[in-house]
Design a protein around this ligand. Structure first.
Ligand code: ASP
Length: 435
């Protein structure tokens, strides 16, 4: 029997997950059944993806940097990567601000709804505020200090330390370029083989993706709060989602202008990663698949993808920055505050920084939002207003975060002459190999 393409199978898994979740919510004991017997499989699936994130970054980046063979190429690519990442983030925040000022979603929140939500959800947000507090206590250069680990093995024990692992891998790659080729060969070959093994593991994990997302979404549905809240926050959610869609269109236009590749090509190539980003809410967990799709289906050469994507997964979060801008202004509006043009410009800067600082895990965008609110003098209690719909929006913004990374990898690849043709026609060919 001819198998459906991977993205259709994942989509089917998602839809079935939602349907089963809804059905089970209405059955006695259904909720508990999903939590006890289905949810763990979703967790196992995410864990297996996260499991390979750090080894993948290490192997891919070391090989990628070493393949560049000279430091000037590295700095050229690094400069372009960071510049394009910052530009796309600023565009994202600006789109968010323009939309939220047009739609004014916060103005429709009545005082009663506001007080009720602050009362109901206030406690849930303490965790986010505490986390943000811990981050705030450090000085202005703390982010730079945090970049350089004291012990690479310690850093490699947590997916939150990805930037430190990236730092080590790039540094190691530079060292590898600088030693005589014959001495470095064995090390390079080792990491290159290691990288191939990891990518094969991604293929294998992806076989389970439709079941994994089924479990994740079924669990999400039975655990989600009542639909009434969605209504109250409808305009806010629509503003964020619409902005995110605009971003996707923006990437496609950029890709078409600079690489002449059609939207269908890009969207088809990246869709399994997008669906996974949606189901897991984590750019870090999605990274192995993004890497696979970009190199094998979008034609980005490995040395570019392995440099641009891990960095993007940690610092380039266009979806998150757009959401932070909309959320900040929404909360201000709901509290009856008028933000000046100057403050809104400041939000562009703080949301850009905050998205760079957000970890690539579920809910991280909300922690960093505390900083944006603090800057603009917006009450932190407002977090309670957006809490109820944060998870679905997190899923959507993660899709944009991942799409943005993939798009930028194509642009950087094109600019350094490393954008070729895809080398796997479709994912199923890949399966046949692994089956
Ligand atoms: N979940 C997002 C990501 O992993 C970050 C966030 O906005 O919370 O990309």
């Amino acid at each position: 029997m001819k198998k459906l393409a991977l993205h259709w199978r994942i989509l089917l898994g998602m839809v079935l997950g939602v349907i089963v979740g809804i059905l089970m919510t209405n059955v006695d004991g259904g909720r508990e059944f999903i939590q006890d017997w289905i949810k763990p499989f979703g967790k196992i699936f995410i864990n297996s993806l996260k499991l390979i994130a750090i080894p993948l970054i290490l192997a891919a980046l070391i090989t990628g940097v070493a393949d560049l063979k000279d430091i000037s190429k590295l700095s050229k690519m690094g400069g372009r990567t960071i510049t394009i990442y910052i530009i796309t983030t600023v565009v994202a925040v600006s789109i968010g601000l323009i939309l939220v000022n047009i739609v004014n979603p916060g103005k429709s929140i009545t005082e009663t709804t506001r007080t009720e939500m602050v009362k109901n959800y206030g406690e849930n947000t303490t965790k986010y505020k505490k986390e943000a507090e811990n981050q705030k206590e450090s000085g202005p250069l703390q982010a730079l200090v945090d970049l350089v680990p004291q012990n690479i093995f310690l850093s490699a024990t947590s997916n939150r330390n990805m930037l430190q692992v990236i730092f080590f891998a790039v540094f190691f790659g530079v060292g590898l370029i600088l030693i005589p080729e014959e001495k470095g060969k064995v090390v390079k070959d080792f990491f290159s083989g290691f990288n191939d093994v990891i990518l094969k593991m991604v293929d294998l994990i992806m076989l389970a993706a439709p079941y994994g997302v089924f479990a994740l979404l079924a669990a999400l549905v039975v655990e989600s709060p009542s639909l009434d809240l969605f209504k109250a926050l409808g305009w806010y959610a629509i503003t964020v989602v619409f902005g995110l869609l605009v971003m996707i269109v923006f990437y496609n236009i950029l890709i078409f202008i600079f690489t002449k590749k059609k939207p269908k090509f890009f969207m088809n190539g990246i869709s399994p990663a997008q669906l996974l980003a949606f189901s897991t809410s984590s750019s870090a967990a999605t990274l192995p698949v993004t890497m696979e799709r970009v190199t094998e289906h979008l034609g980005v050469e490995e040395e570019v993808a392995s440099f641009v994507l891990p960095i993007g997964a940690t610092i380039n979060m266009d979806g998150t920055s757009l959401y932070q801008a909309v959320a900040a202004v929404f909360i201000a509006q709901a509290f009856g505050m008028d933000l000046t043009f100057g403050t809104q410009l400041g939000i562009i800067a703080t949301a850009t920084m905050a998205s760079i600082g957000s970890a690539a895990v579920p809910g991280a965008g909300m922690v960093m939002l505390v900083g944006v609110l603090g800057y603009a003098g917006i009450p932190e209690a407002g977090l309670a207003l957006i809490f109820a719909v944060d998870r679905p929006l997190d899923m959507c913004r993660t899709v944009v975060n991942v799409t943005g990374d993939a798009a930028v990898s194509m642009l950087v690849a094109k600019s350094v002459g490393k954008l070729g043709e895809p080398n796997v026609k479709n994912w199923d060919d890949n399966y046949k190999e692994s089956n």
